[in-house]
Ligand binder design. Sequence first.
Ligand code: ATP
Ligand code: MG
Length: 326
Amino acid sequence: MERLLTGLKPSGELTIGSYLGSIKQMVEYQNEYETFMFVPDLHAITVSQDPQELKSRIRKNIALYIACGINPEKVTLYIQSENLYHANLSWILECNSYFGEMSRMTQFKDKHSKGENITTGLFTYPALMASDILLYDADLVPVGKDQKQHVELARNIAERFNSKYGETFKVPSGLIPKTGAKIKDLVDPSKKMSKSEENYKGTILLLDSEKDIRKKIMSAVTDSDNKIYFDEENKPGISNLLTIYSSFKGINIKESEKIFENSNYGTFKKEVADVVATKLLEIQEKYQNIINSDLIDKILDEGRDKTIKLAKEKYEIVRKKIGLGR
Ligand code: ATP
Ligand code: MG
């Protein structure tokens, strides 16, 4: 069975974008692959985080993964920072990658060109991501557009290391999601719904109250045409709501268009709100049972112990090959 690895950094509260774009697919992948799913907390601190919020979010996210349908008996769940080998190997990979190639990463370039004050960690984090992947000989890493280049870099680093020191790392591949629903912000549908967005009006959080879910969907930005069909360019707001509706319902856009052929925006939005609220309330009920149980610690202890053992083996091979230590 091929090994698949993924993580959602705890940089903000998980949204329906995180769910539809990633977690929901993982719920399917867990039956097809040997799955590793972790909370990349070291990645979250590439930008400033409130320590208490970060800590509570790490636990919340694990509980949410499970509430969304991730089966801890099938999937190895763990927290990145609890396994020191991630950062250790990352350093070695930094020393086997180049300033030039890091500088070409578009995510970094975008932020840099906006004149944002960037930490050194934000510049070098693709090496940490390579470490996350290469430590466990992962075959596959699910990637959205924004991470494709980073998996490419991980491949290059692995190949470079292998040719310099002999076969050491498995060269991973990116896995393009089967149904790559891209969810847009409800207030500004030209940009994607993002968990690190400060404006929560455009973002539906998995733990939002029913009242907030409904309010946000009812006030989603649309247009004045009052016809419901999919046209991302001219009707980005309506198209986004159609995507959300279809993804939660598990039907395609064409089928949704048919359902709302003769509806007005008010009726349509209410139906979207019903579908989203129903599913999220179901997730929230499960979440409440999990977050307050001892189960999480048991799962995380097991995940930590298992991944430390695997990572140690790989790290010792690497260390020996490059001549570190005694
Ligand atoms: P951040 O703002 O911190 O970058 P994010 O919301 O963009 O957070 P990531 O952790 O960067 O989330 O992304 C994790 C995964 O979730 C990726 O595979 C990404 O494609 C998917 N994802 C995130 N937001 C969306 C979205 N709005 N629609 C579809 N997929 C999404
Ligand atoms: Mg992102």
